[in-house]
Ligand binder design. Structure first.
Ligand code: ADP
Length: 581
């Protein structure tokens, strides 16, 4: 790469300019002391001038990028400048040689040798420039003794020239070796850069694969869970009810796993974005206590909750993600504790929420403590057999806590229990009712005769929609993609439009935009978004097309019925209601 070779030479020359000028001052002073006169001063001025020209000549190379191609003019100017600067620089040595007596000669030889060493070290990436500089210094090194041998008739001086040749030979070997070492280094550097890029690509491909697979599994999983939900209220024998319960539970566990894998791949890909809403942390903690206390007590373990009095009642942050972390910590505490107490303490200091979850469970061995936050790591191999889990929960929780400007740490004594400390930066806020509303508190109206247009590409999900809606008296028209739905909305009249997000041909968002742009009867119809992708940016995108509500899959029959009722009730609701499943 000529560009980088020139750049290295040019920037090293620039970097060492000060040292060269300073050294030239010392050399000039010594030359003056050894052989007083005007010459050293004139020489120093010449050094200044030639060094200045050199800085200007090499400027394009210093500012170059890798695509830069040196012009023939630049190449010649660079070689000429290197030759002239070195010729001028070493001229003080020639002066010393000629007028400084034996000491001057000795000093001059050392100066020429030093100059050669100097240029070899910093010009070796460009052979042509190096040769020009060596020619100047080497010319003096060999030329001065030879001149003296002939002109002053002192043949013994030829020995000094031979010493100079030997020195040059040593230098040549050293330069070759250092060039090879440098080339090997550059090669290794290039290879490691390429390896890093390959590793990054592989990791991105893995995350992408995980995201796609978990999404693909979620769709049929939604169908399984929805089917179980549909079965539950029907007439069942005791054994059948038990089977449905197993189906539901297994479905929920699988869904949790899939969500973990999705979260993890999002974090890995740097795509995890946190929401910022106003919520009551106290209420979240108490709800968590209500949820886990019965499960702990069923195992004979007490669950104590202590919330500091100064914990604000309204803070701004990502409530769902905070709950996810706390849920994980409590789920682990309950899972790994068979006796004693689980204690949750929440404190508040300078916009930092600290929650300590302390249990009297089995604890974690010291050598495993560092590993439990790594992905897919469990404290010991028997954990999965005994307790299940993937070892993703803590990895996700810790990264989420870090994204929240805090962290998650652990201390543990095997046999005595573990203490997890969560810290999350949240800002105290004014309580805002609207922002904390998550579910619409709307009267469910009768759905009898409700005309619904639903776009859903998956046949199983289509079937579930009709199984859910038709018994409620809804008149359901199904479209298998967004384009079909938009075409249907042109002519027939519908009370509500339900759109899946990801569909072939045209996705739900595009369909919504197309329907909103129509002049037909449904341009203002309430649109309910239905999706397996509960991402925050999706909510935003749906809000932009003025969707009435946002429901996540698996479809919760009650939530769907309530939302449809609310949609009918408000016809074109003045205010959108957002629901998180
Ligand atoms: P998992 O889904 O396996 O629970 P986690 O990432 O939540 O994954 O936990 C990783 C491992 O850390 C667990 O398998 C367990 O071995 C250990 N661990 C987590 N919490 C506790 C606890 N409170 N007591 C003992 N061990 C725990």
């Amino acid at each position: 790469m000529p560009a980088s070779e020139y750049r290295i030479v040019a920037s090293t020359r620039r970097k060492e300019l000060k040292t060269r000028l300073w050294m030239a001052g010392v050399l000039g002073a010594i030359a003056y002391m050894v052989a007083p006169g005007w010459t050293p001063a004139v020489w120093y001025a010449a050094v200044l001038l030639t060094q200045l020209i050199d800085v200007i000549v090499f400027a394009p190379a210093r500012a170059s990028d890798d695509d830069w191609r040196p012009s023939p003019g630049f190449r010649i100017a660079a070689i000429a400048s290197a030759l002239i600067t070195t010729l001028v620089y070493s001229a003080s040595g020639a002066y010393m040689w000629l007028y400084g007596g034996e000491v001057g000669k000795l000093f001059a030889m050392m100066q020429f040798a030093g100059g050669l060493l100097h240029v070899c070290l910093h010009m070796h990436p460009r052979r042509d420039i190096l040769l020009a500089a060596m020619l100047a210094h080497g010319g003096y090194l060999l030329g001065m003794p030879i001149y003296e041998a002939f002109a002053q008739a002192r043949p013994v001086m030829a020995v000094a020239a031979v010493a100079g040749v030997l020195y040059l030979a040593h230098l040549a070997v050293a330069v070759r070796q250092s060039s090879e070492t440098n080339r090997a280094l550059r090669e290794a550097e290039r290879e490691s850069r390429e390896a890093a890029v390959r590793a990054e690509k592989a990791s991105a491909a893995k995350s992408e694969f995980l995201a796609v697979i978990s999404h693909e599994i979620r769709t049929p999983m939604n169908a399984v869970i929805s089917a179980a939900n549909l079965l539950r209220p029907t007439r069942l024998t005791r054994a059948q009810r038990e089977h449905v319960r197993m189906l539901s539970e297994a479905g929920d566990i699988l869904m949790g796993l899939l969500n973990d894998v999705l979260d993890f791949s999002k974090i890995e890909a740097g795509k995890m974005e946190l929401e910022s809403i106003v919520f009551d942390p106290r209420e979240k903690l108490e709800a968590l206590g209500r949820m886990w206390r019965p499960r702990a007590e069923a195992k004979g373990v007490a669950l104590e909750l202590e919330i500091a009095a100064d914990l604000p009642t309204a803070v701004r942050g990502d409530a769902l993600r905070l709950q996810q972390i706390l849920f994980n910590l409590l789920s682990n505490a309950v899972k790994f504790t068979d006796q004693g107490t689980i204690r949750v303490e929440a404190r508040w200091a300078e916009d930092m929420l600290s929650v300590v979850v302390r249990d009297s469970g089995c604890g974690i061995a010291a050598d495993r403590l560092d590993h439990i936050f790594a992905s897919f790591e469990q404290a010991d191999a028997g954990t999965t057999r005994r307790y299940g889990g993937t070892g993703l929960g803590l990895a996700i929780s810790q990264r989420l806590a870090q994204l929240m400007g805090g962290g998650l740490t652990v201390s543990s004594t095997p046999g005595q229990g573990s203490t997890f400390t969560l810290q999350a930066r949240l800002s105290a806020a004014e309580p805002v009712e609207a922002e904390t509303v998550m579910a619409p508190a709307v009267e469910v109206e009768s759905l009898d005769g409700l005309r619904i247009l639903a776009a859903e590409d998956h046949p199983v999900n289509q079937r579930i929609l009709s199984l859910l809606l038709e018994p409620m008296g809804c008149r359901l028209t199904l479209a298998s993609n967004g384009a079909e739905a938009a075409a249907l909305a042109e002519s027939a009249v519908f009370d509500v439009i339900v759109l899946d997000m990801q569909m072939p041909v045209m996705d739900g968002l595009d369909a919504a935009r197309r329907i909103r742009a129509q002049t037909g009867p449904n341009a203002g119809a309430p649109i309910i978004a239905l999706t397996a992708n509960a991402l925050d940016n999706h909510r935003q995108a749906w809000a932009e097309v003025d969707a009435f509500a946002f429901l996540t899959k698996p479809i919760d029959p009650q939530a769907l019925a309530a939302t449809l009722g609310a949609a009918r009730g408000s016809a074109r609701a003045a205010k959108s209601v957002w629901q998180a499943a």
